[in-house]
Design a binder for this molecule. Sequence first.
Ligand code: FAQ
Length: 311
Amino acid sequence: EIKSLEEQFDAKIARDEKIEPKDWMPEKYRKTHIRQISQHAHSEIVGMLPEGNWITRAPSLRRKVALLAKVQDEAGHGLYLYSACETLGITREQMYEDLHSGKAKYSSIFNYPTVTWADMGAIGWLVDGAAIINQVPLCNTSFGPYARAMVRVCKEESFHQRQGYEIMLSLCNGSEEQKEMAQDALNRWWWPSLMMLGPTDAESTHTAQSMKWKLKRKTNDELRQQFIDQTVPQADILGLTIPDPDLKWNEETGHYDFGEIDWDEFWQVVKGHGPMNKSRLDARRNAWENGAWVREAATAYADKQREGKEE
Ligand code: FAQ
């Protein structure tokens, strides 16, 4: 019996085999991967900005070295992800254009300002913490280049998370003011970190199909619950209070119950109206425009080299 391409594709997914760039794939599978992987890449690159803001003001040489390394890792993650996405037949220029025109999304979390040094702690602890929970299942995603990129990304994210948590620990063991600074950062980053994992399953347009394709291995709500369950005990060790009066251990479910998330705020930020959306996009557009001469010089140099060889 001869199977159709689609049946062969479905059978591969069912057997947990990877789909590779040259394999046949449904057009929708290709499109949704371009959407998710490019948005993920953009998030890594835009995600360098909030922390980049503190590199020159890190409180010690050791902190500066660690933060610099973390931000460089994020650039690396963006570049692997752009490369993985290119294998699906979209050019990098097109992806950049979609980011700069506002057509492509990037994570809501990077549209909040970093106002104190404690925000470097909170981002590492909470934002990288949520990112790891979201990305560990992606090491098992069905598209080969995405899954392989995620293995290294996750290893680096776990260093980032510990880097942030250690900043929080130092602040919490410091002076009264330092501890207050840590609490203030937690107050501002907690809810946006929960939103970062995406809308509720009921509101999520892509989850059902992405689960069938094994692009997503867990739903947004499952990951959010896992993040909360993992993070509450870490806040207890710091002696900080999570800003949610409804947060309570539920003996029956074996999970924490939590309060209502402000989804209105989430959609406002996603639609471009968060506190830093304009500033983030301006920074990316300016970097692209101000870098034009470098790209032109590199192309001119490559042309010259080629001419030299042909002679
Ligand atoms: N922000 O149907 P769903 C990092 C959009 S980690 C903005 O649930 P899906 C590391 C979504 O695109 C951060 N938009 O969508 C780091 C869709 O709109 P569309 C990046 C959001 O794809 C740490 C609509 O809402 N991580 O960068 C958000 O199935 C520290 C409906 O949503 C990844 O990208 C949001 N938070 O699930 C760097 C991980 N959530 O596209 C620096 C890979 C949803 O139809 C410092 N991505 N939307 O116009 C994923 O796992 C998924 O794409 C989700 C969303 C879970 C983010």
